[in-house]
Design a protein around this ligand. Structure first.
Ligand code: PEP
Ligand code: MG
Length: 868
């Protein structure tokens, strides 16, 4: 039978799946000889067993007794001991870290007897009762679901009655009374007596932690972070050490590098005379770790040495939890530290320079999505210079965000569901607020430090975050926040700068960030490693320039129809479509030729020697036509046509299934002069650039091809036009005419299609539409439900469907390269910028992906990761 409990001394860091991240790391640190209080881990297998029956199995209970006996021996303490009481913590710990989402109970083992034993042993009655009241509150909340606020109210009332500012002023006598009041809360809540047996407390706590895997906030977090429901959590039971044992005790967290900026300097915070959750919960604003250097230099040095040792050992930035008990340092946790996208990139690049990791490791350290977050906007510096901040807090998570103020997670969620951009402003946040935090552009708190819940979650989500802005007071009942006499009411616009920690009233304009500094270094390494090229989909010089700045290798798709939607062009396009015959089309075609020629000239000029793939007109013609009577009247006037005539033509062009109708290369067959005009425009641009000294090799792409004969027909049309133009000039032109692969029929006959194509480019938007039979414009009505019900793992228009669409792609690649072994094959549908899809494309031999400019840096990193 599987072993269900491992002592820390029995495990190691490779056992994450079984022991959870926390358990595996506690075991590893124990192995490294670091000061870790002894304990043991109930495995994720035990959790799975529990989830079946919602009860602890006999074999688990037996192992638990043995583990407890051994812990007693090691610590020389006993459960219920009257001289040396054993107290333990019970903490969750899944294989993938889910900070604060599941439950923890500290000080288990305290009861009416052991509390006095602890008081006598430590000569500190205050400490003993402080620990007891904490147990009562945590146990009540976690095991019985009694609201934390119910306990907090009693605590606050006691402080107010004595005129105390902080918890630290509560005396032993006060705390005894609080303990009595807390016990009464159990009675009032109908939960009976607080269990006095330490063993009963422990069993109830273990049950509750296993249960907490399925609590609402944990589920939301898993969904948000794509963590599998089936993993389960381990449970760690560990001897307590006390940060609340007096002034030479404390508790804190430290990162081996700055988690917001990535700076190589230990960054941390601690609270003296406090216990675990106090720092993270943001209840008291902690001291910076530098103060510890002055207050307890020996401990500080020891902590720095451990930080360095751990970072070198794990070869990554670590997040440590420590406790100091009467001048002795203990480590309670180490894990890879959560960091902002900026910090992730800087740390990875710095660690390569330090020789700690390789370039390949660095490339794998940064998630492609976090690159996308780095391209989020910054406040326009010129505008910012003219503004005065309302107040400043700690810069917990960089970025710039503008939104409307809301003060509760619920209100924030509701507003965001209605399309409002939300900034959540609170005194502090707790895991219960996760729903509201996820939808917020920025999170601002008045209390808490850089490691408070709000800060950690904001960084994890890539949301802008400012914490500990202590000038802010929030009145939840009145739904206002105040800074001095300035009032922020619900719905007021505010702007938050997570890089400087400043909060402004009103909306501030943002500018887009670029690829610079360490990100640029990392993406250069990515280029060296990647097998696939990364092109862009761009229709304007502005978009193309952006993509070039982001490192695009060329253009994989120019949707020429997008060039026709400017008002002056739309007129010509309409005249063209509505003309009765070739003669009527000649004049608008001549006009469009001029305009298109200039479009292509600009793109080619920007591209230099990079490839520019121009796709000839694709969409159904009626897209260019008026849709209602009002538009008909306006257009009729604009193009000097009688409204009746226009109505007649429009209805003649109307189709029942336009996306399956008269579009793409079918237009070329019925209206060859449109494609001829576009090719002529391309050639005129090419000749003009040739005259200016730039040799362009045009890549012309035909949309919607479904057979060899169709492609051959259109190819002939295109090459005849090219030949005519070349004959009139002194060009020695190299060109390529290729096809999009978006019809299943083209994929399965790709060997034939390749005979008349110089390249393929998968249009996965249409290919997915036609493979599933899902209208790409209408999937919104059912797709979310398909994903929620698990019928589809993801939206196939966003992440390629490997089994279906992917299989067709593989057939097309294999057949296409049977005919032409070196056939270049790209992907230019939406999934071309999706990291998971890119990984698949790399595996099946795609030559390049093409995506929108802002996805280019993401795709570059994903392409490198796919190759590693
Ligand atoms: C496609 O179908 O994937 C494609 C790139 O073309 P469009 O989106 O313009 O139809
Ligand atoms: Mg298409």
């Amino acid at each position: 039978m599987a072993k269900l409990i491992y002592e820390f001394s029995e495990g190691n860091m490779s056992m994450r799946d079984l022991l959870g991240g926390k358990g595996a790391n506690l075991a590893e640190m124990t192995r490294l000889g670091l000061p870790v209080p002894p304990g043991f881990t109930l495995t994720t297998v035990a959790c799975h067993e529990y989830q079946q029956t919602h009860a602890l199995s006999e074999s688990l209970l037996q192992e638990l007794d043995q583990a407890l006996d051994h812990l007693s021996q090691m610590t020389h303490k006993q459960f219920n001991g009257t001289s040396q009481p054993l107290l333990v913590s019970v903490r969750s710990g899944a294989a993938i870290s889910m900070p604060g989402m599941m439950d923890t109970i500290l000080n288990i083992g305290l009861n009416d007897q052991t509390v006095t034993a602890l008081a006598t042993l430590t000569h500190n009655e205050r400490f003993a009762y402080d620990s007891y009241r904490r147990l009562l509150a945590m146990f009540g909340n976690v095991v019985y679901g009694i609201e934390e606020a119910t306990f907090d109210q009693v605590l606050t009332a006691a402080k107010q009655a004595h005129g105390y500012q902080s918890d630290l002023e509560l005396t032993a006598a006060d705390l005894k009374q609080i303990v009595t009041a807390f016990k009464a809360i159990y009675q009032q809540a109908g939960k009976g007596e607080f269990p006095q047996s330490p063993k009963d407390q422990l069993l109830a706590a273990i049950n509750a932690v296993f249960e907490s895997w399925n609590n609402h906030r944990a589920q939301v977090y898993r969904q948000q972070n794509h963590i599998s429901e089936s993993l389960g959590t381990a449970v760690n039971v560990q001897e307590m050490v006390f940060g609340n044992a007096g002034d030479r005790s404390g508790t804190g967290v430290a990162f081996t590098r700055n988690p917001a900026t990535g700076e190589k300097k230990v960054f941390g915070e601690y609270l003296l005379n406090a216990q675990g959750e106090d720092v993270v919960a943001g209840i008291r604003t902690p001291q910076s770790i530098e103060v510890l250097q002055a207050e307890m230099p020996v401990i500080y040095d020891q902590l720095m040495t451990i930080a360095e040792k751990l970072e070198n050992h794990y070869q990554d930035m670590q997040d440590l939890e420590f406790t100091i008990e009467n001048g002795q340092l203990f480590l309670l946790q180490a894990r890879d530290g959560k960091r902002t996208p900026y910090a992730a990139v800087k740390i990875a690049v710095d660690q390569v320079a330090e020789g700690l990791i390789t370039k390949a490791q660095a490339l794998l350290r940064v998630s492609p999505e976090s690159v996308s977050a780095m391209l989020h906007p910054e406040f326009d510096p010129a505008v910012l210079a003219q503004q005065t901040p309302l107040t400043t807090g700690l810069p917990a998570s960089p970025g710039a965000a503008t939104g409307q103020a809301y003060f509760t997670a619920e209100d924030a969620k509701q507003a965001a569901d209605n399309g409002t951009k939300v900034v959540l402003i609170r005194q502090d946040t707790s895991p219960e607020d996760i729903d509201g935090m996820i939808v917020s552009q920025a999170i601002v708190t008045s209390r808490g430090g850089m490691t408070s819940h709000a800060a950690v979650v904001a960084r994890g989500m890539g949301a802008t975050g400012v914490v500990g802005a202590h000038e802010i007071t929030v009145d939840y009942a009145a739904k206002v926040a105040k800074v001095g006499d300035q009032v922020i009411s619900e719905g007021d616009w505010v702007s938050v700068d997570g890089t400087s920690g400043e909060l402004y009233l009103g909306q501030i304009k943002t500018t887009s960030a670029g690829v610079k500094g360490e990100l640029s270094v990392l993406l250069d390494w990515a280029k060296d490693v990647a097998q696939m090229g990364v092109y862009t989909n761009a229709d304007t010089p502005q978009d193309f320039q952006k993509a070039l700045d982001f490192g695009a290798d060329g253009i994989g798709l120019t949707r020429t129809e997008h060039m026709f939607f400017k008002p002056e062009r739309l007129v010509q396009m309409r005249r063209l479509i509505l003309a009765e015959d070739a003669q009527g089309r000649a004049e608008p075609l001549a006009q469009l030729l001029q305009m298109q020629q200039e479009d292509f000239y600009q793109l080619y000029k920007l591209a230099g020697d990079k490839e520019v793939t121009i796709r000839l007109l694709d969409p159904p013609l009626h897209e260019f036509l008026p849709h209602d009577e009002e538009e008909i009247q306006a257009v009729a006037q604009q193009i000097h046509l009688a409204p009746e005539k226009l109505r007649e033509r429009t209805s003649a062009l109307k189709e029942l299934n336009p996306m399956l109708g008269h579009r793409g290369d079918r237009l070329a067959v019925t209206f060859p002069d449109i494609y001829q005009m576009q090719v002529k425009a391309i050639m005129k641009a090419v000749i003009r650039l040739h005259d200016e000294g730039l040799e362009v090799h045009p890549h012309i792409m035909i949309p919607l091809t479904d057979s060899r004969s169709e492609m051959a027909w259109v190819r002939q049309l295109v090459t005849d036009e090219i030949d005519t133009m070349v004959a009139e000039s002194d060009l020695h032109l190299k060109y390529a005419v290729g096809t999009m692969m978006e019809m299943p029929r083209a994929c399965v006959t790709a060997d034939q299609v390749a005979e008349v194509s110089d390249f393929f480019s998968f249009g996965t938007n249409d290919l997915t539409q036609l493979t599933f039979g899902y209208s790409r414009d209408d999937v919104g009505s059912f797709m979310p439900e398909y994903i929620k019900q698990g019928i589809l793992p993801a939206d196939p228009f966003q992440t390629v469907d490997i089994e279906g669409v992917g299989a067709l792609m593989e057939i097309a690649i294999e057949k296409g390269r049977q005919t032409k072994p070196t056939l270049p094959i790209g992907v230019c549908g939406e999934v071309g910028g999706d990291p998971a899809s890119i990984n698949f494309f790399n595996a099946i031999g795609i030559t390049y992906v093409s995506c929108s400019p802002y996805r280019v840096p993401v795709a570059r990193l994903a392409a490198a990761q796919a190759a590693l």
